[in-house]
Design a binder for this molecule. Structure first.
Ligand code: FES
Length: 126
């Protein structure tokens, strides 16, 4: 199987015990920033931008979850999001959702889904 290295976000094993890992796409001062989160056996990815004020969700590298690991936490104002949907279940953006980044797992790597246009994703990130 041939792997397009430009679409690889990380190796699955790099998700580690927390199941979370940040990624960047593109270069320059304003790359697209997102994160990957494991939920059970499924792997999801979202833009690292809170539905509330478009701030990054984390303050520490790769730290996106509540203490018990059950929900995604925005550290700015405490919004909580489901890992499998990105839906906000508590906080100032209740009922809104994180923006999903479609991914797939192949050859032990988390990759952008084939139909994701990286330039279009970057445009949505602006
Ligand atoms: S920016 Fe995330 S809850 Fe306010």
């Amino acid at each position: 199987m041939e792997i397009d290295l430009t679409r690889v976000l990380c190796r699955v094993e790099e998700l580690g015990a927390t199941g979370c890992r940040e990624f960047k796409l593109g270069g320059g001062d304003w790359p697209v920033r997102g994160f990957i989160v494991r939920s059970g056996t499924a792997i999801h990815a979202y833009l690292n931008r809170c539905a509330h004020m478009a701030l990054p969700l984390n303050m520490l590298p790769d730290r996106f979850l509540t203490h018990d690991g059950s929900l995604i936490l925005c550290t700015a104002h405490g919004a909580l999001f489901e890992k499998s949907t990105g839906y906000c279940v508590a906080g100032p953006c209740l009922g809104q959702s994180l923006e999903r980044v479609p991914v797939r797992v192949a050859a032990g790597c988390v990759m952008l889904a084939d139909d994701v246009d990286i330039a279009a994703l970057a445009a949505r990130y602006d």
